[in-house]
Design a binder for this molecule. Structure first.
Ligand code: FES
Length: 350
């Protein structure tokens, strides 16, 4: 290649600089806001234009902070492992992604120590877009943080001309977050909170919505039997279910579909569970940390699915005892890290 003269060199340098600036703008992820939603749920809003542009409802990102920006307390670097977080709200025009985390493990608890302006590692988008049918009646069932995944799915379902009935379950009324987003995701919502001492029922803000105290299955039964008043959307019309919550909740829904709910959900032959297996690389088949066991009830055949490749799995085939055992495999280490983090955060504050 012929040598460049000084004018050509500076032209090339300027072009490269502009290219790197464009790449930085598209691919770098920077925290723009951190909002506390409930005492145990936090929202981290990130500007990451390319990651936002590629998002479709149901998908998620692998999120962690940079070790170089993490505080060091007593020799421990407060760097998070990769967290699987959904894009609860994605604004493609502004290039922002709202990530919502339940502060339960030591990595998710670190989110509250992050700072606006810090860069973040956002890998993805990963997972598979949730299948959005048209002209159907879809039942969404969300437990706790699982509701964050259903915002974008419910909105997309409604935009595609589906009718959406949404059972949103929480432990306590104060655990609700982003109520307007839940409302935008459904034609009718049945809010429920678990029974317990001093529990107060949620007061719906829209006239068509209902409220219930008890577990989510009891809530569905009460609605189906007409105990919560008129039913603008009947369970008998439901074509399809999408369920996301704890593995225990999803296991209970799986068995109730063939038992107590069977007489009411007679048209719904297909249910999807959005499965949150333990995850590591989230690169769709590299580390196999996310393998989830399925069993075909008719043939008894067992097989395994990468949950980071396809988080939306046939609810009836998921082996929930196996998933529960996988989720509990690191319990001892998780408890120890949480205790160590308690100690470090106390030190940091003192
Ligand atoms: S998390 Fe590594 S292959 Fe799914």
């Amino acid at each position: 290649m012929a040598d460049l003269n000084p004018a050509q060199q500076s032209e090339r340098d300027a072009a490269l600089k502009a290219l790197f600036a464009r790449l930085d703008e598209a691919f770098k992820a920077t925290i723009v806001a951190i909002n506390r939603l409930t005492p145990t749920i936090i929202e981290v809003v990130v500007k990451a234009p390319m990651a936002a542009e590629k998002f479709h409802p149901g998908q998620f990102y692998r999120v962690q902070n940079y070790e170089a920006f993490a505080p060091v307390v007593e020799g421990t670097v407060l760097a998070a492992e990769g967290l699987a977080l959904t894009g609860a709200e994605v604004d493609k025009e502004k290039g922002t992604i709202s990530l919502i985390a339940l502060e339960m493990g030591s990595s998710s608890r670190l989110c509250s120590t992050w700072k606006v302006g810090d860069p973040l590692v956002i890998m993805g988008v990963t997972g598979t877009p949730t299948d959005i049918p048209t002209g159907k009646t879809v039942l969404l069932l969300g437990g706790g943080l699982g509701n964050a995944v259903l915002f974008s799915i419910g909105k997309a379902l409604r935009a595609a001309g589906n009718k959406v009935i949404y059972f949103a379950g929480y432990k306590y009324a104060q655990d609700r977050f982003k109520v307007e987003d839940v409302e935008a995701a459904a034609d009718i919502i049945i809010w429920s909170v678990d029974k317990g001492e001093g529990v107060t029922a949620i007061t719906p803000t829209r006239p068509q919505d209902k409220t219930f105290v008890g577990n989510i299955l009891e809530c569905m039964l009460a609605y189906a039997k007409g105990e919560l008043g008129e039913q603008p959307v009947s369970l008998a019309d439901v074509d399809h279910l999408i369920v996301i919550g704890s593995d225990r909740m999803m296991a209970a829904v799986k068995s109730a579909r063939f038992d107590v709910l069977k007489p009411y959900l007679n048209k719904a032959h297909h249910a999807i569970g959005s499965i949150n297996s333990p995850m590591q690389c989230m690169m769709k088949g590299i580390c196999a940390q996310c393998l989830c066991k399925h069993v075909d009830a008719e043939t008894g055949k067992e097989y395994f699915v990468y949950s980071c490749y396809d988080q939306d799995q046939d609810l009836d085939k998921v082996d929930f005892p196996h998933l529960n055992a996988r989720l509990r495999q690191n319990t001892v280490q998780e408890k120890l890290s949480n205790l160590w983090l308690d100690y470090l955060l106390e030190k940091q504050q003192s």
